[in-house]
Design a protein around this ligand. Sequence first.
Ligand code: FE
Length: 179
Amino acid sequence: MKHLLFLFLFPVAAVLSCSSGNTGNGTNPASVQQSSPVNPYYSRTDTARLDLPDSVWKKVLPPEVYEVARHAATERAFTGKYWDFEGTGTYSCAACGNALFRSDAKFSSTCGWPSFFETVRSGSVEYRTDKSYGMERTEVLCGRCGSHLGHVFDDGPPPTGKRFCMNSVVLDFEPDTRD
Ligand code: FE
């Protein structure tokens, strides 16, 4: 199937051995892209549930976002725009604009994907058991649109001990404004 061309399976060992650290290197991404402007469902303020058919998502999302968000593909480690990015602001779902994480909950996990120890609010994500690839993991989905974001593990830092291991491509970063 066509979408399998975009599927980058990450090494199991890398996931299982991933540990938390204290700092990132502070490198800014070359460009902090926002979601596609042709997506009429994208909103930073509307929290109403979105239940759209796959055919609609395929039309309104960039292909690389679509493959991760709607088909649970995984971007290759150390290739995403946010894995070592340090900026002050909010990370939202790139498919629908739903706020997911604050930058002060982000930590350097050394595993090559942006990692957070807590979500911005309890309903910002939802969870599902994922038994693919011979593992049992907890999949993290957007609480508004149900898009796949990544997985959550129990080896994160205090105060939660959680590690939300996310794909950069399904995140949009909006820096805080200085007023
Ligand atoms: Fe979403």
